[in-house]
Ligand binder design. Structure first.
Ligand code: SF4
Ligand code: SF4
Ligand code: FES
Length: 287
């Protein structure tokens, strides 16, 4: 078999009774998406390798004693997968409810909201006395805020800062059990750490625990309003790399800058200049 033929070979499996054919190397999640199914994924994102940390994506695999994480389990020929069994639904709902009871998820955005609704997960399921990870936001500079009371320990920021994208390794998980938390080396403040302020951790955080300072302040003032915001695609002019930028504007002012996750060069990543070097645009505007 030539390499080209091997690259083009496919796997056939069954998802919820439907036959599906996907390229070799696909995951169970890829097969589910191929038949139009939307499964929640928290530790796995569009630009990340699955960390296998959250288990919110589990499905039933015929012949397997346990539920399997669809984001990381490689699809094999002839697999029979069911996503809607009582056991799979119960497990996904419980994970979302435990995360929702421990962390503030009210700034997580539409996607997590819709996954919570689809799973019929109730954040207050364990009552007002459930243990939480509540902690004051870390506001240490003008660029971004770490609000770990909203953190679900998905590892995305750790991996984005480390092996997946930035290779800076400024943050990791410290502590054990309920004390586990994202920390810089020796828990020093961000400006004193190895952080280079690329903000690539913000780009992958699914809960709003990591957030630009402007957005954080506007949310605190209750002026952040996505329905009044426009997004304009442009090219960063700071250097010759030419990263694509999405400028998010509200009332004619830039309020945040992101990069498209589906860009095959940046994969949603930027450097400090592209992500944060825009406040000069409105400097002196009201003078
Ligand atoms: S800060 Fe965000 S990206 Fe990092 S572990 Fe917590 S929820 Fe995940
Ligand atoms: S975001 Fe950074 S690397 Fe990309 S074009 Fe701008 S200055 Fe260059
Ligand atoms: S998304 Fe699959 S284990 Fe987290």
């Amino acid at each position: 078999m030539t390499l080209t033929e091997r690259e083009m070979s496919t796997i056939t499996a069954q998802v919820n009774g439907k036959s599906v054919e996907v390229p070799e190397g696909s995951t169970i999640l890829d097969a589910c998406r191929e038949v139009g199914l939307e499964l929640p994924t928290l530790c796995y994102g569009p630009t990340m390798t699955a960390a296998n940390a959250c288990r919110v994506c589990v499905v039933e695999l015929e012949g397997s004693r346990t539920l399997v994480p669809s984001c990381s389990r490689a699809l094999e020929d002839g697999m029979v997968i069911k996503t809607g069994t009582e056991r799979a639904q119960h497990s996904r709902r419980l994970v979302l409810e435990l995360l929702g009871s421990a962390s503030e998820l009210d700034r997580s955005g539409d996607q997590l909201d819709s996954w919570m609704r689809a799973a019929r997960a109730e954040s207050d399921r364990f009552g007002p006395n459930a243990a939480t990870v509540a902690t004051p936001p870390k506001i240490e500079d003008d660029l971004y805020v770490r609000d770990y009371g909203r953190c679900i320990l998905c590892y995305r920021c750790v991996d984005a800062c480390g092996v997946e994208h930035q290779n800076t390794f400024a943050i990791t998980v410290a502590g054990r059990g309920f004390e586990a938390h994202i920390a810089t080396e020796f828990d020093v403040a961000l400006p004193d750490s190895a952080c280079v302020y690329c903000g690539n951790c913000i780009a992958v955080c699914p809960t709003g625990a990591l957030v630009g300072r402007v957005e954080f302040d506007m949310r605190e003032d209750d002026t952040w309003d996505v329905s009044r915001q426009e997004v304009t695609r442009t090219v960063c002019a700071y250097c010759g790399v030419g990263c694509n930028l999405d400028l998010h504007t509200q009332d004619g002012e830039i309020v945040s800058v992101t990069s498209p996750h589906d860009h095959d060069v940046t994969l949603g990543n930027l450097c400090i200049k592209g992500r944060f070097g825009w406040s000069f645009v409105s400097s002196g505007k009201d003078d």
